[in-house]
Design a protein around this ligand. Structure first.
Ligand SMILES: [Zn+2]
Length: 319
């Protein structure tokens, strides 16, 4: 009896591994880690090499799939499309961009080719092909410049909250303030999963280039105040799957950054000296975070500009 069971088990294993290798790249080679976070709800978390550039995810409804963000390039997005097709035969109907930054929109073309309509905040249409040049700054190359100029423009835009129905499955898309001035979050009420885009980073300093820490912190306050927040699963733009304690931790980080920059400046510190003091104190207060010198320097500079009222933020363009 045991031998018979073993033979069946080995045969099943062999069959399933052969099928897996024929259909899809092995999970180890994917640029992201796929994590099921609810019934038919998946988070695609950027891998250790950061080849996907950010997190993404998708929701499988009765009659189709809604994808959240498209990673940094078409290769990573193609791998996501392949994983979706491996899990369901339902068509990919939508991709919702949480904001215009290239690490979240760079693979939109792959999603469009697989049948998706691109939904975004109305400001994304005006910013995706231009402001991404500022975002990359000194990291820009001729190849990247050409890619940014050719990014697809969203098909459906909004500056209001939206409900997208996947058959009987409700997906709530909300406009939120703080990160770029054109951000959306995606909530699946029946699974209690919130895709926050870059309104939440887990144990990684956020990119404040377009942000307002004041507005950002208020939005994260709303996340914490969600009904049933203790049971909500938050999918951040960067970092692993999060819970409400991570949202509180992120808000505390933003609060610490502001406070430390104010205190340092009061003590007469500026430039590199200010960065060094703030960075050391941030690391001490958040020992489990990965804080690079580059990120700390940028955050201190942007925080100072916000406090001075000189911070440049993207300006909405006319249609
Ligand atoms: Zn991002």
């Amino acid at each position: 009896m045991i031998v018979k069971w073993l033979i069946v088990a080995i045969a099943c294993l062999a069959a399933s591994s052969a099928a897996a290798s024929a259909q899809a790249p092995s999970p180890a080679r994917l640029p992201f880690l796929l994590k099921q976070v609810g019934p038919g709800v998946y988070a695609a978390i950027d891998g250790p090499d950061h080849k996907a550039g950010s997190n993404a995810g998708f929701i499988i409804g009765d009659d189709g799939v809604l994808v959240v963000d498209s990673f940094i390039d078409v290769e990573a997005a193609r791998a996501l499309v392949a994983e979706i097709h491996r899990l369901t035969q339902k068509p990919i109907r939508y991709v919702v961009n949480t904001h215009y930054h290239l690490d979240h929109t760079g693979g939109d073309q792959s999603l469009r080719e697989s049948g998706a309509i691109i939904i975004a905040h109305r400001n994304v249409r005006g910013w995706v092909r231009t402001n991404n040049l500022n975002l990359l700054g000194d990291r820009i190359t001729p190849e990247l410049k050409a890619r940014i100029a050719a990014l697809p423009l969203p098909d459906v835009v909004t500056d209001k909250d939206l409900i997208v129905w996947l058959g009987s499955r409700k997906v709530v898309v909300r406009t939120v303030l703080g990160h770029t001035g054109g951000d959306l979050t995606i909530f699946i009420p029946d699974a209690q999963v919130l895709f926050t885009g870059d309104m939440l980073w887990r144990k990684i300093p956020p990119n404040l280039i377009d942000g307002s820490v004041k507005e950002w912190s208020a939005t994260d306050g709303d996340f914490v105040a969600m009904p049933n927040a203790a049971h909500v699963i938050y999918i951040p733009g960067h970092g692993d799957v999060a819970n409400v304690r991570d949202v509180r931790d992120f808000r505390a980080y933003l609060g610490d950054l502001r406070r430390l920059v104010v205190e340092g400046r009061k003590a007469g510190l500026k430039d590199d000296a200010l960065v060094q003091v703030v960075e050391a104190k941030l690391k001490a207060a958040h020992p489990d975070w990965t804080i690079s010198d580059r990120a700390a320097a940028a955050e201190v500079r942007y925080m100072g500009q916000e406090l001075d009222g000189t911070k440049k933020r993207p300006v909405p363009k006319r249609d």
